[in-house]
Design a protein around this ligand. Structure first.
Ligand code: MRU
Length: 350
């Protein structure tokens, strides 16, 4: 378990670690207004698909505690309003929508006939979403163990640790679980331009875990594969289509192509809450376009000529044919994913 907490419910507030300030400062922010939480998701105080979903669940709990509604019907309308605000925070990670839909489905129960009962149900659902992700993280680590050879050299992209998931991590959990099992792994950490989730956050988390690692610039990955030798790549996911096409942090697609060229297994790792069975392929995934200044500036310092145009797609879609397997808490899915992902969801859970 991590010694820091990306997300915590204090009883009165939602407490988030400010991920924009890491690794330089560890600052916690307390939220009481769901509108501020929506802004915090947009501004990336909290980021990472499962963490965004957990946060949205608690934002709904904050909305339910507002004092304006006098009837259960009015409270349900207020929750729909909050849901609409939160849905606009970021478009790509399906976990945001998954969590909001879970809460709304829970409060639709007609047996909730007092304001207090609705409020309690929303908070209970938020806790349940958090707990499910925590358990999923642990199960993912177990399912992945047999896929990691002794002494494996592993490339990881973006940040998928406790900061991004609430407790243990997903793709990063593959690495930390193998480390805990004594496999002697070494992680190569893509820095992940432009927001440097790898260099700032993954390196910070691996240091705390005591896992040996080396930070590399994103452009070095193919070179490291050819010269050092890499045994596997692990990446997270923001939305997986029913056919296995996967949206993840920009740079994932290029990494998958390089892995295929070198015959290296490429694993997508995430909870089943990140699978969107409503879409048939990655073509239907909205890719967030973030502000150009994230590309032209590093920590407030301009690095391009003044006025240089820049594009900043925050995610890309890796076609399923470049993915060796998708590791989830329900087990490992292999191609063809349209069948194996559906089979995972049908299988009884222990
Ligand atoms: O823009 P971010 O930092 O929210 O993007 C995060 C990623 O792309 C992660 O790899 C993904 O959400 C998986 S987190 C377990």
């Amino acid at each position: 378990m991590s010694t820091y907490h990306a997300i915590a419910w204090t009883g009165d507030t939602l407490r988030l670690i400010d991920q924009r300030k890491l690794p330089w400062e560890t600052v916690y922010l307390d939220f009481v207004d769901y509108r501020d939480v929506a802004a915090a998701i947009r501004d990336m105080v909290v980021r990472g698909a499962p963490a965004i979903g957990i946060t949205a669940g608690y934002a709904m709990a904050l909305a339910a505690r507002e004092r304006s509604a006098q009837t259960v019907a009015a409270l349900r309308i207020d929750l729909e309003t909050a849901a609409a605000v939160l849905r606009k925070a970021r478009p790509t990670a399906v976990n945001l929508f998954y969590a909001i839909d879970r809460v709304l489905a829970r409060v639709a129960d007609p047996r909730l006939d007092t304001i207090g009962a609705v409020r309690d149900a929303v908070l209970d659902e938020a806790h349940a979403i958090f707990e499910a992700e925590r358990r999923a993280n642990l199960a993912i680590g177990q399912h992945a163990l047999s896929l990691v050879p002794e002494g494996a050299r592993i490339i990881h992209h973006c940040n998928t640790g406790p900061l991004a998931t609430g407790e243990y991590g997903t793709a990063l959990r593959v690495i930390t679980a193998a480390h805990e099992a004594g496999k002697g792994v070494h992680a190569y950490v893509d820095e992940t331009r432009p927001r440097l989730q790898g260099a700032r956050l993954t390196a910070w988390e691996l240091q705390r875990w005591g896992v040996p690692f080396t930070v590399i610039v994103d452009g070095a990955a193919a070179h490291i594969m050819r010269t050092v030798g890499i045994d596997l790549c692990v990446v997270g996911c923001d939305r997986i289509a029913a056919n296995g096409d996967t949206a993840n942090k920009i740079g994932t697609y290029g990494l998958a192509l390089a892995a295929r060229a070198h015959g290296i297994p490429f694993y997508v790792v995430g909870p089943t809450s990140t699978i969107d069975f409503a879409i048939g392929s990655g073509d239907e995934i909205e890719i967030e376009q973030r502000p150009p200044y994230e590309v032209t500036h590093v920590r407030g310092q301009i690095i391009t000529p003044e006025g240089a145009p820049a594009a900043n797609p925050a995610f890309d879609v890796t076609p399923a044919r470049y993915i060796t397997a998708i590791i989830t808490e329900r087990g490992v899915a292999y191609p063809p994913f349209v069948e194996s992902l559906a089979a995972l969801m049908r299988a009884p859970q222990s």
